[in-house]
Write a protein that binds this ligand. Sequence first.
Ligand SMILES: [Cu+2]
Length: 249
Amino acid sequence: MSSKDTRDEAVSEDGKLNRRNMLFAGSTLAAASALTSTPSSPEPAGASGAYSNSAITLQPPGNEVPASKQERVLAAKIARAMLSGPRDITKDATVAEMGADGSLIILHQGTNDWVCFPGDENEIGNVPMCADPMGLQWMMDIRAKKPKPTNTAPGLIYMLCGATQHSNTDPFDRTSPAIPIGPHWMIIWPYDAKRCGLPNTVRDAGAWVMFDGTPYAYLHICGTPWVGNEYEAGRVPIWTMRYGGQSQT
Ligand SMILES: [Cu+2]
């Protein structure tokens, strides 16, 4: 069954996740392919749902669906948060939500120093993510509208479920319409696009410097680091080529 079929299966006619579908769609492999696959033909009418709530709110395979609604919501939030970053990190990470006052509400206490968030699809920019301490500090500084970030070393943030954002140029914009952004990860350090020879505009592949020229500039890298094939001794290189304009070299 293709990843698209899996996504369709995840929601029943009444729009709710049911146990059979949640368990079936709960395959991490299915989730990974849903997040990284590129359709080879035009999408049929309607939303693909590739990064929708139903596609990323998946219980790990074999997990029992909790009995109470409150527990189900909590389990869904934790599952969403844990899909935002590499499994080796998220399996031991703390899961939290951001309180209105900027405090962290812990949903699940982890054992490493990463914090993952389920996000809230009803809010632009409130997206599933997984941050290390320096990345989280930078994120909290933006929320507090500090004139510049206080992280003293590069941070890392994963947003492998995709994102929405108000602006590519103003870190404090809270009103502009949503920009849709694909799965990505972020190196939190003030890169300068011109000095580095990098783009600074929103793209669906490659990388760019977001908030370029501001103290909050950072390197936004599209996709997941795990795409591609691992080298093993004996494997041969296979080159591909394509035609393009001179400006693309
Ligand atoms: Cu991001």
